[in-house]
Ligand binder design. Structure first.
Ligand SMILES: *Cc1c(COP(=O)(O)O)cnc(C)c1O
Length: 405
């Protein structure tokens, strides 16, 4: 007679985005003549750039020829891709990362969810609040989070770092000492960033208390301001305390094709001297059989001159939407942040409205769908997320509707 993993049964309620989909479907069924604009999505909408499509086609043809056919990929990923990553994402920014520290994967969601496996069950995690739900939920599955309080939405063994208007949505060093610190900048959902010197403070703190930082840089390509770091390895001392997770999803439109990577420096050791690079290599080799050759080849094309120019143009398109949303909401009298180094706009609901009430209000009055801030954590209550991933036309129409309420 089998039983299931009890830690999985601790996961609370349903998934945020399925709750939203249900509400929207019910509204549409009751109002079949209304056109709904969705600015709640965290998914790209522009097709893959021509340079990437061209390389995909070529790589498919290589698979049809016995001389160029590829079977299993090397454990860490193809060297051509890891070389391109090190050269373009790190060397260019003066960050020290070596090709045998780059682990190519099928994306940042799985890497950010899986990386906790290599740590002890009793490690304390610290997360920003609001937060990308994957960090906490995967630690719940691992039995690391204690008990859930449905009233507050908090786990007893998790250290929360509230990110609100008062601290400019930047986490502060927590009172209790964590073992694992999750940071994500530019941030989803708030769109906030921190400066290089603020990130340096986190690196210094982690080295001092011997904690590890898991740094999610999925939105790195959206950074437009100079003193915002693209990688944690731009900070001195990060090689002894930080793991960095990257994705091709938002920077190059790979949400449907799947590609990402994680950097685990060889200088990163546990307090008893275990190399995390070796441990992650062992885990990766055992549980993962590589991102497809065709997709890794396409990933290399992202770093070609054409690929860089074309993906830069796509990001500029989204960021133009972000600017439109940001300015439009300000004109309409909202308190807004984000949208400068990230495709997310974070707004304060008017008159202290609850996030879900504002969701209903916006759907009913303007037929615009966004994401309730409270879905990302208790400190997100009273906030709301809009994304810049829609089309320009829809973005403009949505803002006109919101202004007209
Ligand atoms: C979208 C997103 C990712 C990317 O996930 P993939 O699995 O690479 O598509 C990772 N982290 C955050 C915070 C995200 O918003």
């Amino acid at each position: 007679m089998f039983k299931v993993n009890e830690d999985y049964l601790k996961l609370p309620g349903s998934y945020l985005f399925s709750d939203i989909a249900k509400k929207v479907a019910a509204y549409q069924a009751a109002n079949p003549d209304k056109s709904i604009i969705r600015l709640g999505i965290g998914d790209v909408t522009q097709p893959l750039a021509p340079a990437i499509i061209k390389r995909l086609h070529e790589a498919v043809d290589e698979m049809a020829d016995a001389k160029t056919f590829k079977g299993y990929a090397p454990d860490l990923g193809y060297e051509f891709l890891r070389k391109a990553i090190v050269k373009n994402d790190y060397e260019k920014r003066g960050a020290e990362v070596y090709i045998d520290e780059v682990f190519v994967s099928d994306g940042a969601k799985s890497d950010s969810g899986n990386i906790q496996e290599i740590f002890d069950r009793n490690c304390r995690i610290a997360v920003c609040d609001p937060v990308y739900p994957v960090y906490v939920d995967t630690n719940v599955m691992a039995g690391r989070t204690g008990t859930y309080d449905a009233e507050t939405g908090l786990w007893s063994d998790v250290i929360y770092m509230p990110c609100t208007e008062e601290n400019n949505f930047a986490p502060e060093i927590p009172k209790e000492t964590p073992d694992i610190i999750y940071l994500c900048f530019p941030n989803n959902p708030t769109g906030a960033t921190i400066t290089k010197s603020m990130l340096q403070d986190w690196v210094d703190y982690a080295n001092k208390v011997k904690a590890v930082i898991i740094y999610d840089a999925a939105y790195e390509a959206y950074i437009s301001e100079d003193d915002v770091p693209h990688s944690i390895y731009e900070c001195e001392g990060a090689r002894t305390c930080a793991i960095e997770i990257r994705s091709f999803s938002k920077n190059a439109g790979f949400t449907g094709t799947r590609l990402g990577f994680t950097v685990v420096p060889k200088d990163l050791k546990s307090s008893d001297g275990v190399s995390l690079n070796a441990l992650w290599a062992r885990r990766h080799g055992t549980k993962f059989n590589g991102a497809p050759y065709i997709i890794q080849a396409a990933g290399e094309a992202v770093y070609s001159d054409e690929g860089k120019a074309q993906t830069k143009e796509q990001i500029a398109y989204y960021m133009n939407n972000a600017k439109y949303i940001y300015n439009g909401l300000k004109e309409a009298g909202y308190t807004v942040s984000g949208g400068v180094n990230a495709p997310y706009i974070w707004l304060k609901t008017p008159d202290g409205m609850k996030s879900w009430d504002f969701f209903d209000y916006l759907l009913d009055k303007a037929q615009v769908v966004g994401t309730p801030g409270s879905g990302f954590g208790p400190s997100g209550e009273g906030y709301f997320r809009l994304t810049a991933f829609g089309s320009y036309e829809n973005t403009v129409a949505a803002i006109e509707r919101i202004k007209a309420i």
